[in-house]
Design a protein around this ligand. Structure first.
Ligand code: NAD
Length: 232
């Protein structure tokens, strides 16, 4: 089976009602990123940071995967699919994808500020000041904030470097190091990008662009891949 690597970003979940970050109406217009998604913000106002992520978590509980998530999961019938997502939601898993690597953490987990190896599944519950790990340290969202290292990056590079097919869905490719992963795909891999808006990728990479939203785009991608693989 060919290895199909999907790099998904905020646009993947837009049709599920979760706002992207950078577009007009995106989350960052309402919040200052340095206040809610950085170690500095946490040091300054932990209540605000917890409230921001508690709101995101409550919203996630009411959202459902969209046809794009389901389409990605269905590709497992034909390909060895590995999803690398920049999203902190759990919509790929809820749609049925079985191999999902979260580069930027997960909303439904909390971790200890003093013992980062202590990570807890919290589902859709709030994290409050005074919620602690078993060693007594405060819990924080299990999110990679701006300015923090990306611990899953090595694994993501390893997966990307063995892709036969590499597909970017709904990412402005602005947030590094994730945006650089497409460069790790081997020279012979076929590269695809699904996004309704223009996204800059170097011309030398020869990326096939499907200018559609995730749901329609994944349907088109699936047809084209199955056709070129002689599977339909
Ligand atoms: P981004 O906001 O920078 O870019 C979103 C991209 O999605 C844009 O290129 C936009 O044109 C495209 N898009 C918008 N609607 C779409 C649709 N219906 N279908 C397909 N594409 C669509 O997002 P990013 O590149 O992922 O980087 C932002 C960071 O924000 C990431 O690190 C991610 O962790 C975080 N984030 C996560 C979520 C989530 O978990 N769902 C939501 C917002 C932001």
């Amino acid at each position: 089976m060919k290895k199909l690597v999907i790099l998904s970003g905020a646009g993947m979940s837009a049709e599920s009602g979760i706002r992207t970050f950078r577009e007009a109406g995106g989350l960052w217009e309402e919040y200052d990123v340095t206040e809610v998604a950085s170690p500095m913000g946490w040091a300054k106002d932990r209540e605000l940071v917890l409230r921001f992520y508690n709101e995101r978590r409550r919203q996630l509980e009411t959202c459902k995967p969209n046809a794009g998530h389901y389409g990605v999961a269905a590709l497992e019938k034909y390909f060895d699919v590995h999803v690398i997502t920049q999203n902190i939601d759990n919509l790929h898993e809820r749609a049925g994808s079985t191999r999902v690597l979260h580069l930027h953490g997960e909303l439904t987990k909390a971790r200890s500020v003093a013992h980062p190896e202590l990570i807890y599944d919290i589902g859709y519950k709030d994290i409050k000041i005074g919620d602690t790990c078993e060693k007594g340290a405060q819990l924080r969202p299990h999110i990679v904030w701006f300015g923090e290292a990306v611990p899953m990056m090595d694994e993501a590079m390893r997966i990307s470097s063995t892709a036969d097919i590499f597909v970017v869905i709904g990412s402005s490719l602005n947030v590094y190091p994730a945006a650089g992963l497409i460069e790790y795909a081997p020279p012979g891999a076929s590269l695809w990008l699904i996004d309704p808006n223009e996204v800059y990728v170097p011309a030398r990479l020869n990326v096939e662009v499907i200018r559609e939203k995730a749901s329609a785009g994944v349907e088109i991608l699936t047809k084209r891949l199955l056709h070129s693989e002689g599977k339909c």
